[in-house]
Design a protein around this ligand. Structure first.
Ligand code: ATP
Length: 270
């Protein structure tokens, strides 16, 4: 497990600042939810955390180590990334996709060792894909592909996992199973989510973005307030607790024009 932090992290493209001085911390061993409307910068932030984009300014740290000082292989040995809508270009089976999670631990020409096989078997089992492991990747449904990507991430035995809307193709049962699984792992997770009720139920810590800036961060009951949700999403909500479980519950009432007052993002370098 490791703590992920960013300091004054910014990223711009074509003169538009898409992330603006992001200070965030994803606590060790916890599930951190990234929230925010479409285009608020969740995927861009995840890509910077994953080292897939280089920060314009600012830093990303894994524990106390700057991401730029971690080699690619060292990073791949601790960090798993589950992106949205991954496509495979070659004919591969589900098991071969999951076996990719073992690549950082093997020499280029090594056959999978017993530990690699056991880890892949366990990852397939935990994502309910054992029965589909020999299927061609292209024959899977969207939800099965998403579960296979999670299985690949688990096969990596990571200390940290970054996930971009991992529930968007999943039916209700698999959404709950995936998030139950994430919360049961001894791993620090950062997960972009749209569903505020799933965020309330499964995340220990939330970071709410708007126009590439952090507008609130903290425990779900500090972030999921009617005022913040109306300001950021333009939706009036009722927030209470579900009586049977005590979980925070967000009920959507109506859209509002309150977000119209939000200033446009600043242009800027870096
Ligand atoms: N490479 C790029 N070039 C130009 N604009 C980009 C690039 N990448 C992202 N953007 C823009 O940056 C903004 C943030 O995008 P991002 O995908 O990070 O948002 P998001 O919060 O993940 O959105 P969604 O909820 O719709 O997935 C959007 O306006 C997007 O169009």
């Amino acid at each position: 497990m490791g703590r992920i932090t960013t300091t004054r992290l910014s990223w711009s493209v074509e003169g538009r600042r898409l992330l603006d001085a992001i200070d965030m911390a994803a606590p060790d061993g916890k599930v951190t939810g990234l929230l925010g409307p479409n285009g608020s910068g969740k995927s861009t932030l995840l890509r910077l955390l994953a080292g897939l984009r280089r920060p314009g300014t600012g830093t990303v740290r894994y524990d106390d180590v700057d991401l730029s000082a971690l080699g690619r292989r060292a990073l791949a040995r601790r960090l798993a990334v589950v992106e949205q809508d991954v496509t495979a270009h070659h004919r591969v089976t589900v098991r071969q996709v999951v076996e990719l999670g073992r690549t950082p631990f093997r020499g280029r020409f090594d056959a999978p060792a017993a530990h690699d096989r056991r880890t892949v078997d366990a990852a397939l089992e935990r994502t309910d894909l054992t029965g589909r492991q020999h299927r061609d990747w292209h024959t899977l449904s969207g939800g099965e592909k998403q579960r296979a990507q999670l299985a690949r991430a688990l096969a990596q035995e990571p200390r940290e996992i970054l996930l971009d809307e991992p529930t968007n193709h999943l039916d209700i049962r698999h959404q709950l199973e995936l998030l139950d699984l994430l919360t049961s792992l001894d791993v620090s997770c950062v997960v972009a989510l749209h569903d505020l009720n799933l965020a309330a139920r499964y995340c220990d810590h939330l970071v709410l973005l708007r126009h590439g800036r952090v507008v609130a961060a903290g425990a779900p009951d500090a972030v999921l307030t009617p005022d913040l949700i109306a300001d950021v999403y333009g939706v009036e909500v009722l927030v209470d607790r579900e009586p049977a479980t005590g979980t925070l519950r967000v009920t959507y009432l109506s859209t509002t024009t309150r977000t119209a007052a939000v200033p446009a993002p600043r242009p800027g370098p870096g």
